[in-house]
Design a protein around this ligand. Structure first.
Ligand code: PLP
Length: 433
């Protein structure tokens, strides 16, 4: 007798475990009063049997059933786990979504979204995307017969020419990293939906987190982000989160997660839940530090890219969508060797890829996170070779500025005079000696 026949005989029992019920139930935000985001971040409700203050880690693969036909809310952790469900319901509130799903990394989130595509579908994506996203899109175009258009999405009119009835996905990131360019989510979502109502607009919100921007409220169909960054805040886990308002779309995404097994593990779900509770205080401090550091660098004479600065060419657009400027900024010195020396001379600022962590990081994108983009493409995208990226943490701001000042002096990036410190204008042929 086949497993299927046996299953039929025993009622609905699924012997092979291939036909698990779609648990957990959709993570719907609690009805009733909505508090301010700072409150929602820490206020949680769950149905733990002992009313534990911190949702327990249900470190189990399987759940016993009440009858041969199943009957329990959970049966198998690939399909659903109470710790993960709790996190997803909590995040759905914070992300202003009807359903949230959590997976093993930000790239896993992107992978799950990409499974909505079929051969022949077209994708419109930015030209200053996260490197891992670029890599996955490239793979889909060479192996999945997906047509990917990388275009400058900072001007919505550029997008118009590419949307057609084959467009399935419009993929946006704002602010971009490391060039900190701003993308107009509402205008692009409007024009994409006008031309093709079936096109899905997805926004990678990693750079700001739901504390500062809710792409779903701005017209996007899908928002996703790396939970490895601000949501967790401590660089001690990897996670990805996806949120949608359309429940049918949520079911399709859930299908892939259940089918492929990339749902976030119970322990990482618990860790991420813990991280999210302090997102508000972390981000507030990180932003305040970032603003002071951006101002210090600009006042010293460097070209700084940060949407908190009035000098940012898309300042108004950014603030029309977001509630804050985030804590990632970049600046140019005009000299690649000098930039490299600054990065190496910093002590408090750790040389590391990634961002969103409580401690401050410094990096040269063209040498590290974006090194996989070839030199020619970097040039086409105006990715300055001397660009330094700062990801600001929660340390004492004076300590951070002191450390940066010392690094600038050691690297020969500035001239000290009785009037203070000035950036050397390498472009104009100025040198230190
Ligand atoms: C880090 C990052 C990702 C990928 O997330 P992982 O958790 O590292 O897989 C995607 N997009 C952006 C903007 C990121 O910074």
């Amino acid at each position: 007798m086949s497993a299927e026949e046996l299953g039929k005989k025993l009622g609905k029992l699924d012997i092979d475990g291939n036909n698990l019920p779609p648990s957990p139930a959709p993570s719907t935000p609690r009805n009733g009063k909505r508090y301010a985001l700072a409150t929602e971040l820490v206020y949680t409700e769950h149905g733990d049997q002992y009313n534990a203050s911190s949702m327990p880690i249900y470190q189990t693969a399987t759940f016993k059933q009440t009858s041969g036909a199943g009957g329990s809310e959970y049966d198998y952790t690939r399909s659903g786990n109470p710790t993960r469900s709790h996190l997803e319901k909590h995040l759905a509130k914070i992300m202003s979504a009807n359903r949230c799903l959590t997976v093993s990394s930000g790239m896993a989130a992107m992978d799950v979204i990409s499974r909505l595509l079929r051969p022949g579908d077209e994708v419109i994506a930015g030209d200053d995307l996260y490197g891992g996203t670029n890599r996955l899109l490239k793979y889909l175009s060479t192996h999945g017969d997906i047509v990917v258009h990388h275009i400058d999405t900072t001007n919505p009119e550029n997008v118009r020419g590419y949307v057609n009835d084959k467009t399935k996905l419009v993929l946006l990131e704002t602010p971009t990293n490391p060039l900190i360019k701003i993308v107009d989510i509402p205008s692009i979502a409007r024009l994409a939906h006008e031309i093709n109502p079936n096109a899905l607009v997805a926004v990678d919100n990693t750079m700001l987190s739901p504390l500062l921007q809710n792409p779903l409220d701005l017209g996007a169909d899908i928002t996703y982000e790396s939970g490895t960054k601000y949501l967790s805040g401590h660089h001690d886990l990897m996670a990805g989160v996806i949120a949608v308002n359309n429940l049918q779309l949520g079911e399709k995404l859930y299908f892939t997660i259940n089918a492929s097994g990339c749902g976030l593990s119970p322990f990482d779900s618990w860790l991420l839940m813990r991280g999210v509770k302090t997102l508000g205080v972390r981000m507030e401090k990180q932003q305040a530090n970032a603003m002071r550091i951006a101002t210090f660098l600009e006042d010293t004479g460097f070209r700084v890219r940060y949407p908190g600065l009035r000098s940012h060419p898309q300042y108004d657009l950014h603030w029309s969508m977001a509630r804050g400027a985030g804590a990632v900024l970049s600046f140019e010195t005009g000299n690649v060797d000098v930039s490299e020396k600054i990065v190496e001379a910093a002590r408090l600022w750790a040389i590391s890829v990634s961002f969103g962590c409580v401690n401050s990081l410094i990096s040269m994108p063209t040498r590290m996170s974006h090194a996989s983009i070839d030199a020619k493409t970097r040039k086409e995208r105006n990715l300055a070779e001397d660009l330094i990226r700062l990801c600001v943490g929660i340390e004492d701001c004076e300590d951070l500025i002191d450390d940066l000042r010392t690094a600038l002096v050691k690297a020969g990036a500035v001239r000290i005079s009785p009037d203070g410190m000035r950036a050397i204008d390498f472009a104009a042929g100025e040198t230190l000696l």
